[in-house]
Design a protein around this ligand. Structure first.
Ligand code: ATR
Length: 294
C-alpha cells in the first residue's frame, strides 16, 4: 500500500454504529489492489450531527463518504445535488465532494445489485421478480429491477402500506413494469414465488435477533431454474437460502452486492474501476477469511 503522506486522499464512512462495518477492510483492500493513494476510515457520527460531519469532511478536503444507518435519509438535505436514484429512493449511501465545492449525493446500492446479478449471468430484462421487504435495501433492489427492464415485480412486505409507498416511488420511472404489492400473510405467496424467475429477500429476517428464521418459512414455490437472492451475507447461507436450495433453486448471498456497491462508490470518488469477476472473488475470499464473517 502507498505510504501515507501529505498527498494521501481521505475517504470514509459515517454512521452509528460503524464499528462492525466491513467497508474499511473492503475499500482499503480495493484501494491497495488499484495502487491508489487513498485511505478509507470509519467515522461514528451521532444522529443530529450529520450536517456538522458533512461540512467538516468537506472543509478537511475528504474526497467522499459512504453513509450508513441511521443517516441515509437525513443526509439528503445536506447535499447540493442528488442523482436520480438517490432522489427516487430518498436515500444516499455515497457522498462525493466535487472539485467545484458541491456536495453530491448518490445511491450505488442498485448498481451493486445489478452488477452482482450480472456476475451470476442473470439479466432481469423481461423477467418476473418477487422481492420480500420494502425498506431501504428493498428500494435499491426494486429500483435496479425497474431500471433494468423487469417485466413484473411483486413486493411482499409485512406492513403492506410500506410496500405501496415503495411501489409509488417507482411511478414515473415506470418503463412498462407491472408492479404489485402483497402482504406477507397473503395466501398466494407460494404461487407467486413459483411464477418468479428471481426471488429476493431484502428484509432483515435471518440475521441478528432473527438468525435461523426465514421470511418465507414454508419454503413453497422454490424450484430449479430460478434464482434466489438473500441480501444478508452474515450468516451465509441463511435459512431462506437453504429452503431455496432444497427446492432446487440457484442461490446468491448478499456479499457480492455489498462488495459491488462499495466498488461503485470507489469508482465515483477515484474514477478507477475494479471490474473483473476474478478480482471480486478475491475480495470476497479476503472478507470471508479475514474474520468478522461466518
Ligand atoms: P433496511 O434498510 O435494511 O432495508 P429497514 O428499512 O428497517 O432496513 O427495512 C427492514 C425490512 O425488513 C422491512 O421490509 C421490514 O418489514 P416492515 O416494513 O413490515 O417493518 C422487514 N422486516 C423486519 N423484521 C421483520 C419480521 N420479523 N418479519 C417480516 N418482515 C420484517
Amino acid at each position: 500500500m502507498a505510504e501515507i503522506d501529505s498527498s494521501t486522499k481521505v475517504l470514509g464512512l459515517i454512521g452509528d454504529p460503524v464499528s462492525g462495518s466491513l467497508s474499511p477492510r473492503l475499500q482499503n483492500r480495493a484501494i491497495d489492489r488499484l495502487g491508489l493513494d487513498y485511505r478509507y476510515f470509519a467515522f461514528p457520527v451521532k444522529e443530529g450531527r450529520v450536517n456538522e460531519a458533512v461540512i467538516g469532511a468537506k472543509e478537511l478536503g475528504l474526497k467522499g463518504l459512504n453513509v450508513t444507518v441511521p443517516h441515509k435519509k437525513t443526509v439528503v438535505e445536506y447535499t447540493d445535488n442528488l442523482s436520480r436514484a438517490a432522489r427516487v429512493m430518498g436515500a444516499i449511501n455515497t457522498i462525493t465532494f466535487a472539485e467545484e465545492g458541491e456536495i453530491e449525493g448518490d445511491n450505488t446500492d442498485w448498481k451493486g445489485f445489478l452488477k452482482s446479478l450480472e456476475l451470476h449471468e442473470f439479466d432481469p430484462e423481461g423477467k418476473r421478480c418477487l422481492v420480500f421487504g420494502a425498506g431501504g435495501a428493498a428500494s435499491g433492489v426494486v429500483y435496479g429491477l425497474v431500471r433494468r427492464g423487469a417485466r413484473r415485480i411483486v413486493i411482499v412486505n409485512r406492513t403492506e402500506s410500506k410496500g405501496v409507498d415503495l411501489a409509488r416511488k417507482m411511478e414515473g420511472l415506470s418503463l412498462g413494469v407491472d408492479l404489485d404489492v402483497r402482504p406477507l400473510t397473503g395466501s398466494d405467496i407460494g404461487k407467486r414465488i413459483e411464477r418468479s424467475d428471481l426471488v429476493v429477500n431484502a428484509t432483515s429476517v435471518g440475521m441478528g435477533a432473527t438468525e435461523g428464521e426465514a421470511v418465507w418459512e414454508d419454503g413453497d414455490g422454490f424450484h430449479s431454474g430460478q434464482l434466489v437472492y438473500d441480501l444478508i451475507y452474515n450468516p451465509s447461507p441463511t435459512k431462506f437460502l437453504k429452503l431455496a436450495d432444497d427446492g432446487g433453486a440457484d442461490t446468491i448471498d448478499g456479499l457480492d452486492m455489498l462488495i459491488l456497491q462499495g466498488l461503485e462508490s470507489l469508482k465515483k470518488w477515484t474514477g478507477e474501476e475494479f471490474e473483473s469477476g476474478e478480482k471480486v472473488d478475491e475480495l470476497r475470499r479476503y472478507l470471508r477469511d479475514s474474520g468478522g464473517l461466518n
